[in-house]
Design a protein around this ligand. Sequence first.
Ligand SMILES: NC(=O)c1ccc[n+]([C@@H]2O[C@H](COP(=O)([O-])OP(=O)(O)OC[C@H]3O[C@@H](n4cnc5c(N)ncnc54)[C@H](O)[C@@H]3O)[C@@H](O)[C@H]2O)c1
Length: 432
Amino acid sequence: MTHAPLDRRSLLKASAATAAGALIVSRLSAQGAGTTKKLDPIRVGLVGCGGRGTGAAMNALEADAGVVITALGDCLADRLEISHKHLVESHPERVKVDADKRFVGFDAIDRVLATDIDVVLLATPPHWRPAQIEAAVKAGKHVFAEKPMAVDAPGVRAIIESCKRAEQKKLSVVSGFCWRSSKPERATYQKIHEGAIGAVRTVYATYNSSPLTPVARKPEWSEMEYQIRNWYHYLWLGGDHLVEQACHSVDKINWAMNNEAPLRCWAVGGRAQRLDTEPGNIFDHFSVTYEYSGDRRGYLMARQWDNCPSDNSDWVYGEKGIARINGWGPEHWIRGENNWRYDAPAESAGDMYVHEHEEFFAGIRSGKHRNDSAWMNQSTLMAIMGRMAAYTGQAVTWEQALASVERLGPDVYAMGDVTTSAVPRPGHTKFS
Ligand SMILES: NC(=O)c1ccc[n+]([C@@H]2O[C@H](COP(=O)([O-])OP(=O)(O)OC[C@H]3O[C@@H](n4cnc5c(N)ncnc54)[C@H](O)[C@@H]3O)[C@@H](O)[C@H]2O)c1
């Protein structure tokens, strides 16, 4: 598939696209705003029944009392069965997935979408997200898609197009960039956007965590199965930890900058702890500088190292003050001309993973569909752009990143052999 490159303005406006002669394709949309009774069932299918997928299904069940899980899909039978057992045990009356609605294989997405679900939750490794979102929108399903949206620029371009079609079809597309649904984060970024620290000049964000222990190889597994079970470690499947994990922090830089695309970025990265004997081909640290017009900057530090302190926080520097957002801690405050602290009781913040589903299902029921296209695709591309700059050692502009033709992964998906590209080497790895 080929995609015409989009400029920065087009990308920002992608989600604002409205439909002439909008198609009404989903059963729930067809009922129209305000006509759906609160507890009318919403049939939900899950594709990618791992840790987060099972968690997302639980969040959906908690968020909306009418949700019923009716179809499951995964390329690995054991992952699907474990997830199914867990979901049935937790919600026996609302998880009704007959054996003929439990699909195993790379075509599980198509078979789940062919059932009578209204909503699909997508939580496979990110490599598959663009094609799965495209198929889901084509099938007229509302989509919840885990972050990141893609691992390469062709994938981002495809999702931008799918989101436009979703808008026309009045379908929701909600992303798993969960911090956007966190009450303390929302309160702080709202203050920033209301001008509490004046014009934002600089953002500094960290995603410093530990490495994930690889799953040991079993002789009966093909290389493809082994890589899927260790997908975090493989560039084509996860996009490297900057794109897969630290995309949350990239998204918060994007949020602080009011979803304005950077002009270009520089980056460094490499493997300081990861050994060549370990599976996969990703880096274990990155540092990215995003350049914005008017000499504004966004700085990201991300690493996956053992025996080093973890941190996931953001510092936003403005002309009148500083905002501190501590994702894994209680601190959310502003200091300067307008001192402020988020001091609501911790329990009132609730669970951001449930909130994103509450808004997702409320939008479906009311007809006010949420479409995260503008920022979810932009944050994903910002992370990919940082990876490109770190891998090549070169500055990468927004336009270059958006027009990149590099497509990661094999052309055919089958449980057999799959090759692994070499670990990139800055100064030698070429941009494409
Ligand atoms: N928002 C968050 O805080 C958060 C947290 C964890 C993970 N995630 C995201 O959720 C996604 C899944 O992560 P996870 O930790 O659950 O991984 P996981 O390995 O636990 O689950 C992935 C599942 O997808 C299945 N799968 C792989 N390829 C498939 C295909 N082509 N078709 C069908 N099934 C396929 C695997 O067999 C596995 O069961 C990732 O995108 C990850 O970045 C988000």
